[in-house]
Design a protein around this ligand. Structure first.
Ligand code: 4AD
Ligand code: MG
Length: 458
């Protein structure tokens, strides 16, 4: 059979012009000297007669563009001139290295397509001048576009990624507890009630009790999800909705738990240093404060911590004396944690101030086998955990003593009826960790949309 040859297109005399690549500001260094396409927004712009300096952002960073009236087509110059803040744009330009530029590169604008122009009559509400925090929180859906806020959210994502990595690679199985629960875990005063088809239910305060059940099924587990506290406190550390990671391990004692906590925090901080250095620089974080965060962490008994607080009060460094037997207040935690260059682990609090499920120390049952990990620079408690009561009789007694509804805890008591073992776990508040790692004044900036005592909008 004669071979058929496909008809060929006539040879083009022109060499086809390569289409500029679509890229991001974070990746722009790979395209030095080339034309690229960026898809984003106009963050800000400066104009001086024939020269325009638009600053673009695309979610991965910001870059300054340059457009001279003589170097761009007239319609491009016109589209850019007077373009309003936060208008969405697709911009083509040539990447030029510039040592003075914050990201190391500038963009010589060649073309621009305005996707949506913010009208002059209703300009973007967040200008580059200072705004009060209430105004910014009211416009949180827009505030997160600013470079500082988006850097914080990127660091938060890295903290969550590194946390999951730590447990996933450490043999922990992720088991997610329910959000709707029939009873309290951390005290009845901070429960959010929910009407559950005519019955009273609550938003979960902690997945711990369920993590204990899954740990006895699977060995080492963790949960990672939102938790809720109807906290009436208006401090810079409290949210009503926050994310908690809760590891729980069968046959783990308090010592094992302390090692787990320090290794977890060290892994998180070292991961952020490694993977989010530009963001830490963008928010002006002093990383010499984070670099020492490596295991082992200092350990203090509650009694030793109290001695330190008493001495600090005598030396005039604390306003109020500390009353033995109390839980630490914010100023106490702040002072204690500022004494160390890495988190400090305070263990063995008096059992009376701690939760019903904590195992008493067999060496002195007035103390609980528990730990609070306090972050340095005055950030205070980021982790709380304990060994759990393993005896059926003691747990049963504690449930009655704390006036907890027995029926709701029968399943939890089953964990002590059938193959009870020593086991331990902790809860780590993600927002507290983000606040510390980023060096922020308040947890409200650590989560995309904070829920606090007086805010549930936007
Ligand atoms: O110390 P907490 O209350 O411990 C528990 O809930 C245990 N059941 C956890 C466990 O052992 N599985 O909370 C644990 C952590 C705190 O150390 C803190 O980091 C964070 O959760 N946290 C909050 N974060 C933001 N806003 C609040 N209102 C918080 N309450 C606790
Ligand atoms: Mg606590």
């Amino acid at each position: 059979m004669p071979e058929e040859t496909a008809p060929t297109a006539p040879e083009s005399t022109e060499t086809p012009k390569a289409q500029p690549a679509v890229t991001t500001i974070a990746e722009i260094g790979k395209h030095e000297g080339q034309s690229v396409i960026l898809r984003g927004w106009l963050y800000n712009s400066r104009e001086s007669g024939k020269l325009l300096f638009p600053i673009f952002r695309d979610g991965t960073g910001t870059i300054q563009g340059v457009a001279h009236v003589k170097s761009v087509p007239a319609e491009v110059f016109e589209a850019l001139k007077g373009l309003t803040q936060e208008s969405s744009v697709i911009v083509t330009g040539k990447v030029r290295a510039d040592k003075r530029a914050p990201g190391g590169y500038e963009l010589d604008v060649e073309n621009i397509e305005v996707v949506q122009r913010v009208p002059e009559s209703a300009p973007y509400p967040i200008t580059l001048k200072e705004h009060g925090v209430d105004f910014l929180m009211e416009h949180r859906h827009l505030w997160i576009r600013t470079p500082r806020q988006s850097a914080i959210l990127r660091i938060r994502a890295e903290i969550m990624r590194a946390t999951a990595e730590f447990f996933d690679t450490g043999g922990f199985i992720r088991t997610d507890p329910p959000i709707l629960t029939p009873a309290a875990c951390e005290g009845t005063s901070t429960l959010f009630p929910v009407d559950y088809f005519g019955d009273q239910a609550f938003l979960t305060q902690s997945g711990q009790l369920y993590a204990e059940a899954t740990a006895l099924a699977l060995g080492k587990v963790y949960s990672f999800g939102p938790t809720f506290r109807a906290e009436k406190s208006k401090t810079r550390r409290h949210l009503t909705e926050f994310w908690m990671v809760e590891p729980e391990a069968a046959y783990m004692d308090l010592n094992g738990l302390l090692e787990l906590a320090e290794n977890c925090l060290a892994h998180i901080v070292q991961s952020v240093l490694k993977n989010r250095a530009p963001e830490l620089a963008a928010i002006g974080r002093d990383i010499t404060k984070l670099e020492p965060v490596k295991a082992p962490f200092p350990r203090l008994r509650y009694d030793e911590a109290v001695e330190m607080l008493n001495q600090a009060y005598k030396d005039g460094k604390l306003e109020n004396p500390f009353e033995y037997g109390n839980d630490f207040g914010s100023p106490d935690e702040t002072w204690l944690s500022s004494q160390f260059d890495r988190p400090v682990m305070v263990h063995r609090y008096p059992a009376d101030v701690k939760a019903f499920y904590m195992e008493p120390d067999p060496e002195d049952p007035r103390y609980a086998l528990c730990v609070d990990v306090l972050a340095p620079e005055g950030y205070g408690e980021v982790i709380g955990g304990s060994q759990r009561v393993s005896s059926y009789e003691l747990l049963s007694e504690r449930i009655d003593h704390h006036k907890l509804p027995r029926e709701a805890f029968e399943w939890y008591l089953d964990l002590r009826r059938y193959g009870s073992v020593p086991h331990s776990g902790f809860g780590m508040g993600i927002e507290r960790v983000v606040s510390w790692v980023c060096g922020l004044d308040h947890v409200r900036e650590t989560i995309p949309f904070a829920r606090t005592l007086h805010r549930i909008y936007p």
